[in-house]
Design a protein around this ligand. Structure first.
Ligand code: SF4
Length: 374
């Protein structure tokens, strides 16, 4: 199996905490869609002989695409790749773009999963981070999705946000779970350099949260969602049974994927490559038959390290047999000796061939990974 990722790098404005590559030159959207369609054809050999089980429109703001754009892109994907009939096809949406008509149009085109960027349920915070939607628009979008044909809804929320108390967070979760949400991604706020938020904190206009409040809020989310019937299948991701995201799993299971569009990354088991980040140049290059990307051939050690980093964050954990079969004797011996040390510190559970962090130690996944990496 393999995945396809389509990057839509347009936003009407920039959120103050965001460091994703995106621009507001919406007049370029038509040309960009044509470039995407052309790139899909140029790169159709990248996933040769693989079946596609996930197509993901990410951004930026993919819900700025209209039905003609989405139809054009999907038609080209179906022409160039073998997409299985049960493929998960996700469109990231912002609440302000949701309407009954839009949802019925994109559902009819084959989109079967919505990923809604909610982030916070507090108008003061939404304003202060320059989000374009209000709490009212979020509930309006959730109501529309609830009465639509879509059954598979994922929402993104952000916690450890300055100004959001534990009680506010709990209320957010309670209000959200009045809706039939199948999947929740909960990320802690990270302050990236060169974002407006970074400079606001530097100037003292915003006070960053403490490490303790981050851990407290992580635990609130974890307890509440697990008690409400969600499986925590990765540190930041929760799903109802049967609704684990194929898109996320492809990445964590190191399956090949093709990323199309500005700044999109691709991976084919032996190398990783990424397109350059400039919308105008991308469109110009593709028109001239050029794809400007960088490529890195991966060594066995890099692939082993990525396996450790990715799998330790999931409930699947690490497999002794997989490591023995794929990385040779030296790597395997290193792994077994390091695991013995960490097992004594009581961080892991072991079940048959698998070893995975204890629930409370999932937050330590990055630290544990460093201990096991080469
Ligand atoms: S809408 Fe999403 S991608 Fe666009 S600026 Fe805001 S956080 Fe970034």
């Amino acid at each position: 199996m393999a995945g396809l990722y389509i990057h839509i790098p347009f936003c009407t404005d920039k959120c103050f905490y965001c460091d994703f590559y995106s621009g507001n030159q919406l007049y370029l959207l038509e040309d960009y869609v044509d470039a995407i369609v052309a790139e899909i054809e140029f790169r159709s050999n990248y996933l040769i002989n693989k079946e596609i089980n996930t197509i993901y429109f990410g951004g930026g703001t993919p819900s700025l695409l209209n039905k003609y754009h989405i139809s054009k892109i999907l038609k080209q994907i179906y022409k160039q790749f073998r997409v299985i009939s049960t493929a998960e096809i996700t469109l990231e949406c912002n609440p302000e773009n949701i309407s009954d008509l839009y949802l019925s149009e994109i559902f009819n085109l084959g989109i079967n999963r919505i990923s809604l960027g909610i982030q916070f349920l507090d108008d003061k915070i939404l304003n202060s981070f320059n989000r374009k939607h209000s709490k009212e628009l979020i509930f309006n979008a959730l109501d529309i999705i609830e009465r639509s044909a879509f059954d598979n809804l994922s929402v993104d929320i952000i916690y450890a946000v300055p100004g959001i108390s534990n009680e506010d967070l709990l209320l957010t979760l309670m209000l959200l779970l009045n809706y039939d949400i199948k999947h929740i991604s909960a990320y802690s706020l990270t302050v990236a350099r060169n974002t407006r938020l970074f400079w606001k904190i530097k100037k003292g206009d915003v006070v960053e949260n403490t490490e303790n409040s981050f851990i407290d809020q992580y635990k609130i989310i974890n307890n509440y969602l697990i008690l409400s019937g969600y499986v925590q299948y990765e540190v930041s991701n929760y799903a109802k049974n049967g609704y684990l995201s194929f898109h996320n799993l492809a990445y964590w299971n190191q399956l090949p994927y093709l990323g199309v569009g500005v700044s999109a990354h691709s991976y084919n088991l032996v190398s990783r490559q990424w397109n350059h980040t400039n919308i105008k140049k991308y469109i110009r290059d593709i028109k001239g038959g050029i794809i400007d990307f960088e490529i890195e051939q991966l060594t066995d050690i890099q692939i082993y390290n990525e396996y450790i980093i990715l799998k330790l964050r999931t409930i699947q954990g690490l497999s002794y047999t997989y490591i023995q079969d794929n990385f040779g004797m030296d790597v395997s011996n290193h792994f077994v000796s390091r695991i013995e040390v960490l097992k004594n510190k009581n961080h892991f559970n072991i079940q048959d061939d698998y070893i995975f962090p204890k629930q409370d130690d999932l937050l330590l996944a990055d630290y544990l990974a460093k201990e096991l990496m080469l």
